[in-house]
Write a protein that binds this ligand. Structure first.
Ligand SMILES: Cc1cc2nc3c(=O)[nH]c(=O)nc-3n(C[C@H](O)[C@H](O)[C@H](O)COP(=O)(O)O)c2cc1C
Length: 185
């Protein structure tokens, strides 16, 4: 069971990258969380480029998403929305269709008390349009600077909540597999 972790922040000390990293630590075989090397390597979406010469990094991302049983998408909240980095990646993924039917879990970490709620809501709407199966459980991490240190989640209740999110995502992926729906490629 392969879960692909995507992070919407490029920042070195990113709280949200720490969530994806912690998911990798929590995964136990045969489940694995593979962390995407960084959405910042993607060029800005351009429909002309998509039509004429798809960049290799975009093809790699589409392939990785297609091959994953599920996606863990972790977003920062910027100006009450998700990041441009993540929105750009999703724009490249619209045309490939790999997200259609794909089980997706959403998480967000913010220093604020709102925990990135608005960014996740925003993402859920975009992903629904793309046909993703966004699972009902989400993970919000408010006051995240108190729960994350040295690039990983240190707060035990938050780690447990992340483990439950991964369990639900794995269940959704197994259901999708049984239904013959979303497995790749
Ligand atoms: C331009 C900008 C806009 C932000 N807007 C919000 C916001 O609307 N809501 C929020 O909770 N935090 C906001 N923040 C704070 C981010 O949540 C915080 O910087 C967070 O650490 C970013 O995620 P990262 O640690 O994964 O990079 C904003 C930060 C920046 C730089």
């Amino acid at each position: 069971m392969r879960i692909l972790g995507l992070c919407g922040s490029l920042r070195g000390g990113s709280l949200n990258a720490a969530v994806v990293r912690s998911a990798g630590e929590l995964a136990v075989a045969p489940r694995e969380v593979v962390v995407d090397p960084g959405l910042g390597r993607l060029p800005f979406f351009d429909a002309d480029v998509e039509r004429s010469a798809l960049p290799g990094v975009v093809a790699e991302l589409r392939s990785a998403v297609g091959a994953a049983d599920g996606l863990l998408i972790v977003t920062p909240e910027y100006a009450h929305g998700t990041s441009g980095v993540l929105k750009n990646a999703l724009e490249w993924l619209v045309g490939g269709g790999e997200v259609d039917g794909k089980p997706v879990a959403l998480a967000s970490a913010s220093p604020a008390a709102t925990g990135g709620d608005r960014a996740r809501a925003w993402l859920a709407e975009t992903l629904a349009v793309m046909g993703a199966r966004v699972i009902p459980r989400e993970l919000r991490i408010p006051r995240a600077t108190l729960k994350i240190a040295d690039g990983r989640i240190t707060d035990e209740p938050t780690r447990a909540a992340l483990a439950r999110l991964l369990d639900d995502l794995a269940d959704a992926a197994a259901e999708a597999r049984a239904a013959g729906g979303s497995l790749a490629c």
